[in-house]
Ligand binder design. Structure first.
Ligand SMILES: Nc1ncnc2c1ncn2[C@@H]1O[C@H](COP(=O)(O)OP(=O)(O)O)[C@@H](O)[C@H]1O
Ligand SMILES: [Mg+2]
Length: 212
């Protein structure tokens, strides 16, 4: 079975706007994959439908990746503002019933280079540091499907690379990571790419198969 399989998936919003239309593709292995397209082309809609934040109007979504735990990384607003970096990890770990949450949260902060920021609130962290905490959350819950919607859009190039390298690391442990982005420079991290235009697939590259 494919890791992720979509067949004729459409999302038409209540007001009649087409979010995505007749999207079909298959991904057969873990890795980091890119989702490109101009603003309004349906990237966020596709991310949300795969992540089950939104229900597709039509079509089939299946695959082993859907059986695993999901994690989301958005451009902004990933963290609870009133909680420290450490607490932002702990709360998600507790909700997912992760064992030894405190110990693991500290280990992850250390691995992210954020041990000295454990007690800082999100507003006291840089954009890149906040995104790293969001990636840390995915590591803590051992997410097998990570949906990242423009995760580097508000970061400088160095911080952006750092976040992408972390995502690459997680994917090597077996996670499928889908990254919506405008940034062609990120192509170097992608095993395969999906190009959207006007809600439809315009092209597929690399390890993303077309589906008839
Ligand atoms: N909740 C919604 N209700 C109606 N239309 C929406 C909604 N969300 C997105 N859209 C529309 O769906 C299309 C795709 O949007 P989106 O998926 O956000 O594109 P992208 O992330 O590529 O910029 C756009 O025309 C957008 O205006
Ligand atoms: Mg978007």
């Amino acid at each position: 079975m494919a890791e992720l399989f979509l067949k004729n998936v459409s999302k038409i919003f209540e007001d009649g706007t087409v979010g995505i239309e007749e999207i079909s593709f298959a991904i057969d292995k873990a890795g980091v994959f890119g989702l490109f397209g101009p603003s309004g082309s349906g990237k966020s809609t596709l991310i949300n439908v795969i992540g089950r934040i939104e229900k597709p109007t039509r079509g089939e979504i299946s695959g082993n990746a859907l059986k695993k735990r999901r994690a989301f990384i958005f451009q902004n607003l990933n963290l609870v503002e009133d909680l420290s970096a450490l607490e932002n990890l702990e709360i998600v770990g507790r909700l997912c019933k992760v064992k030894d949450v405190k110990k693991k949260s500290f280990e992850i902060l250390d691995r992210l280079g954020l041990l000295n920021k454990a007690n800082k609130k999100p507003r006291e962290l840089s954009g890149g540091e906040r995104q790293r905490v969001a990636v840390g959350r995915a590591i803590l819950v051992e997410a097998g499907l990570i949906l990242a919607d423009e995760p580097t859009a508000s970061l400088g190039p160095t911080e952006g690379r750092r976040v992408m390298e972390l995502l690459l690391e997680i994917s090597k442990l077996g996670a499928l990571v889908l990254v919506a982005t405008h940034d062609r420079e990120l192509s170097q991290y992608f095993l395969g790419e999906i190009y959207l235009k006007g809600g439809r697939i315009e092209g597929l590259r690399g390890e993303v198969r077309g589906v008839k």
